[in-house]
Design a protein around this ligand. Structure first.
Ligand code: COI
Length: 365
């Protein structure tokens, strides 16, 4: 159990919020992560004081000393979750406690302070209640919430920071990929690993994503919007994509996904899909999956669908896997049926269109 935090938020409203016309223009075509709401949350932390000075304040640049340790040693973690507008106008989020707990695990690994989960959830409520008008209502849109924490102590010695800050910013979003939910091709990185055994792969820290960018460029150069990494030891087993978990669907309806090896991220979407698939009677195997099992399975017809999943893209059908000397699957293949029906069930629950039988939704406003 997480101790109740005693933080009280002070709210300062922006003196220059976007006009309704400006906001409507953004909400009509938000893209992903390009626009931000009028406010943000900040909470400071120091070894001596613990968490203090919780605020909702106007969105704006941070003031950081050039010696702030995050700028030198990348002591940073983040989270991603979404706020959804339901038909009655209310605003909800999905399993925020799971994100709050994961942020605590990331904090442990990056030697940052743990924010109590109730303060994490409260920070989302505080921001969304002030920026409610920014939650879009069109299909496949939401307000993406990005909590993050940085070490902001001015000190160049290499040790865990004694001063840090937690923030939440929010961005109205539509589809993550430029082509919406159309099937994507995935590039297999044969040269680079995403994370090492004993490294930070299971933590949601900026460094993991920085390490994925060069292989991601290689993916783009090969017409693939995402890159797939294999395990760092044998270079043989599926781990995860640049920013998403991966699933295969077999002909007999079994779902396969890499087990949590210690070097992949424990996705909230991943675990929710495992639950929904089991509820429908699918067998779900969380285990080591070799790259050959995927490639040979596509060729033999034993693997009939593949998809990527994460908060940002929700579920993205994968049409084919490409590597240096091969293409497995068909770049023009349509989205798989199991893939799209799981996607629909999950998004219907998130949008209040289907019963929330697992009690996953939390009201924000
Ligand atoms: C998410 O799906 O929320 C992710 O982690 C991807 C993100 C880094 C854009």
């Amino acid at each position: 159990m997480t101790a109740q935090s005693a933080l009280t938020f002070k709210t300062t409203r922006s003196a220059s919020p976007k006009s309704q016309a400006e906001r409507d223009a953004i909400l009509a075509n938000p893209g992903f992560g390009k626009y931000f709401t009028d406010h943000m949350v900040s909470i400071d932390w120091s070894v001596d004081r613990g968490w203090y000075d919780a605020q909702v304040k106007p969105y704006g640049p941070l003031s950081l000393d050039p010696a702030a340790s995050v700028l030198h040693y990348a002591q940073e973690i983040f989270e991603g979750l979404k706020a959804y507008r339901h038909a009655d106008g209310s605003v909800w989020t999905f399993r925020p406690q799971a994100n709050g707990l994961r942020m605590q695990r990331s904090a442990q690994r990056l030697a940052l302070p743990e924010l109590p989960v109730d303060a994490f959830v409260e920070s989302l409520k505080q921001l969304v209640s002030v920026d409610q008008v920014w939650v879009p209502s069109a299909p496949d849109t939401s307000l993406y919430l990005r909590p993050f924490m940085i070490a902001n102590e001015s000190f160049l010695g290499v040790r865990s920071a004694q001063q840090a800050a937690y923030y939440v910013i929010a961005s109205p979003v539509g589809a993550y990929f430029a082509k919406g939910v159309a099937p994507v091709s995935i590039w297999l990185s044969s040269e680079y690993a995403r994370a090492a055994k004993g490294g930070t792969g299971a933590a949601k820290c900026g460094g993991n994503y920085a390490a994925s960018l060069l292989p991601q460029q290689e993916a783009y150069a090969n017409d693939c919007p995402q890159v797939l990494f294999l395990d760092p030891i044998e270079g043989k087993y599926l781990e995860e994509l640049g920013g998403m978990n991966v699933f295969l669907v077999k002909k007999d309806g079994t779902l396969l996904t890499p087990s949590l090896s210690g070097s992949i991220l424990e996705g909230v979407t991943r675990s929710s899909l495992i639950q929904l698939a089991k509820d429908r009677g699918h067998k779900v195997e969380e285990r080591k999956i070799s790259i050959d099992e995927w490639i040979d399975g596509f060729a033999s017809g034993d693997v009939v669908e593949a998809f990527a999943c994460g908060t940002a893209a929700v579920v993205a059908p994968i049409s084919c896997l490409k590597g240096r000397n091969f293409v497995a699957g068909n770049p023009n293949a349509p989205a798989g049926e199991v893939t799209m029906s799981l996607r629909k069930e999950l998004t219907d629950i998130q949008n209040g269109l289907k019963e929330d039988r697992h009690g996953w939704l939390v009201r924000l406003a």
